[in-house]
Design a protein around this ligand. Structure first.
Ligand code: GAP
Length: 446
C-alpha cells in the first residue's frame, strides 16, 4: 500500500474519523465504522449535497425509500440477470474468486493468488440476499438494494401526483446500498455496505442529451465550489463495452487517489430503461403524454467522495509549522462546510481560574451555533497543531486582555493569521467566515 494511503488510514483511526469495523472480534472484511469526526464529516458532506440538489437546484424534490423492497424490482431493473451477475472461478485452496481470467490471458486452472486449483466458473450475484419473515423455510427471499435509485423509479408516479411536479424534474435521495463486491479494498473506496447520493432527472427524450451536459457541468462545478483541487479531478467517458447495463451514455468523475484514478461519481443517461421495465413487470403506467420519460442520473458515493475530500485536504511538512521538537506537522485543509469541528476554544492557561471561567463562557456561547471543542491542555502551539491535524478552521484563545476588554484572538488554520474580535460579535464573525468571507477582513489583525 502507498505511503500516503497508510498515513491517511493511520490519521483517520487515531483521530476518530474511521475505524475498521468489529475490531474486537478480529474485524469484518471491508466494513468500516465512522467515529465522531468521521460521522460529522459524513453528515456535513451529505448536507452539502442535499442543499445543493434540493435547494440550490430548481425542480428537484427529496425522497427516502426503503432498503428492502419487493424482489421483483430487481428482476425488472436487470440487477438479478444482467450487469450484477458474473461468472467467477473460485480457488479450492484459498477460496478467492476471480473473474475474466481467460480474457485477461491468465490460466483458468491455477489460482493467481496461491497456485491452488480453480473450480469451473460459477454464477455469482452482487446483490445481497436476505429473508423477510421469521421462519426461514417460509420466508420470502429479498435483497438489500444495490443502488438507491430503484426506490426513486418505483415512486415516480407517487411523487409526480403528490407534489404536482411536471417534466422536467428530479428526485434526490441519500441512503445505504449493498453489493457483494468480488474484490473490495483500498480502504473505504470499495466496500460491501456504502452510501449513495443519487438524483434522477426525468425529462423528455429529445432533451436528454442537453440535460446530460447540464448535470455533468453542475456536478463538476459543485466539486470546485467545495474546494477540491480540480487538477486531480477528471471526466472519463466510458465506452459501450464497459458501461453499466442500463446506461446509454456514462461519464465517470474520477479523483486522483494515491493508488490511482478512481471513480467517485457516475453521470448516466439511463434512457427509459427503468421506467419502461417497471411498467412491463408491474401494474404501473409510467408514461407521460404517451411516452416514457428519459432519465439522467447523477450518482455519487458518500465514502468515496469522503476519501477524496480527505485525501485532497491532507498536507504535511508545511514551512513554519514544526512542533516543539522540530517535527513538521500535518494540516487537514478541509473546506469550511465539511470540517467536522468548526471552532476550538482555549484558555491561554489552564491553571488560571479567571481565564478558564471566561473561556468556558465563550465556549458555551459558540457551541450553540457551531460544532466546537474546548481544549485547555498543552501549550497554545500544541493545541493549534492538534486542531490543524483534524481540520478545525478556527481557534479562539481567551487571554489576560480578554478579562479587561471582552475580546478574544481568532487564529485561522490555513493562513495562521490572527485577528482580535469582541466576544459579543464572535458568533456573527464565525458565521460570516463560514459563509466564505475572507478571514482577515473580519477583525483587527494582530
Ligand atoms: N445508480 C447508479 C449506480 O449505482 P455506480 O457507478 O454503480 O452507479 C455510483 O455507483 C457511485 O456509488 C460510484 O461512483 C461510487 O462512488 C459509489 N459506489 C459504488 N460501488 C461502491 C462500493 N462498492 N463501495 C463504495 N462506493 C461505491
Amino acid at each position: 500500500m502507498e505511503e500516503l494511503t497508510k498515513k491517511i488510514i493511520s490519521l483517520t483511526k487515531r483521530k476518530g474519523f474511521v475505524f475498521p469495523s468489529s475490531l474486537i472480534y478480529g474485524g469484518f472484511s471491508s466494513t468500516y465504522d465512522f467515529g465522531p469526526r468521521g460521522a460529522a464529516l459524513k453528515n456535513n458532506l451529505k448536507k452539502a449535497w442535499w442543499n445543493e440538489m434540493t435547494k440550490r437546484q430548481k425542480d428537484v424534490v427529496g425522497l427516502d425509500s426503503a432498503i428492502i423492497m419487493n424482489p421483483e424490482i430487481w428482476q425488472a431493473s436487470g440487477h438479478l440477470s444482467k450487469g450484477f451477475a458474473d461468472k467467477l472461478s473460485e480457488c479450492k485452496s484459498c477460496h478467492q474468486r476471480f473473474k475474466d481470467l481467460e480474457e485477461d490471458g491468465k490460466s483458468t486452472e491455477e489460482c493467481p493468488n496461491c497456485g491452488g486449483e480453480l473450480m469451473e466458473p460459477r454464477d455469482f450475484n452482487l446483490m445481497m440476499k436476505t429473508f423477510v419473515g421469521p421462519v426461514e423455510d417460509n420466508a420470502t427471499t429479498a435483497y438489500l438494494r444495490a443502488e438507491t435509485c430503484q426506490g426513486i423509479f418505483v415512486n415516480f408516479k407517487n411523487v409526480m401526483d403528490s407534489m404536482r411536479v411536471d417534466l422536467p424534474f428530479g428526485i434526490a435521495q441519500i441512503g445505504k446500498s449493498f453489493r457483494n463486491e468480488i474484490t473490495p479494498g483500498n480502504f473505504i473506496f470499495r466496500m460491501r455496505e456504502f452510501e449513495q447520493m443519487e438524483m434522477q432527472w426525468f425529462c423528455k427524450k429529445e432533451d436528454a442529451d442537453d440535460f446530460f451536459e447540464f448535470w455533468l457541468n453542475q456536478r463538476l462545478n459543485w466539486y470546485e465550489r467545495m474546494g477540491i483541487d480540480m487538477s486531480k479531478l477528471r471526466k472519463n467517458e466510458i465506452g459501450e463495452d464497459e458501461r453499466a447495463h442500463y446506461a446509454q451514455r456514462q461519464v465517470d468523475i474520477e479523483y486522483k487517489f494515491p493508488f490511482g484514478w478512481g471513480e467517485i461519481e457516475g453521470i448516466h443517461n439511463r434512457g427509459d430503461w427503468d421506467l419502461s421495465n417497471h411498467s412491463k413487470h408491474s401494474d404501473a403506467d409510467f408514461e407521460v403524454d404517451g411516452e416514457y420519460p428519459w432519465v439522467i442520473e447523477t450518482s455519487i458515493g458518500v465514502e468515496r467522495s469522503f476519501l477524496a475530500f480527505l485525501t485532497d485536504s491532507y498536507h504535511e511538512m508545511e514551512e513554519g509549522r514544526e512542533d516543539d521538537s522540530g517535527k513538521k506537522e500535518t494540516v487537514l485543509r478541509i473546506g469550511r462546510k465539511l470540517a467536522p469541528t468548526k471552532v476550538a476554544v482555549f484558555p491561554l492557561l489552564k491553571n488560571k481560574e479567571s481565564l478558564v471561567e471566561k473561556a468556558e463562557e465563550v465556549f458555551d456561547k459558540i457551541r450553540k451555533d457551531f460544532a466546537s471543542i474546548y481544549d485547555e491542555t498543552g501549550s497554545i502551539g500544541k493545541r493549534y497543531r492538534r486542531q490543524d491535524e483534524v481540520g478545525t478552521p478556527l481557534c479562539v484563545t481567551v487571554d489576560f486582555d480578554s478579562l479587561e476588554d471582552d475580546s478574544v484572538t481568532i487564529r485561522e488554520r490555513d493562513s495562521m493569521k490572527q485577528i482580535r474580535v469582541n466576544i459579543e460579535d464572535l458568533n456573527k464573525v464565525i458565521s460570516q467566515f463560514m459563509k466564505g468571507e475572507e478571514f482577515i477582513s473580519l477583525g483587527k489583525e494582530v
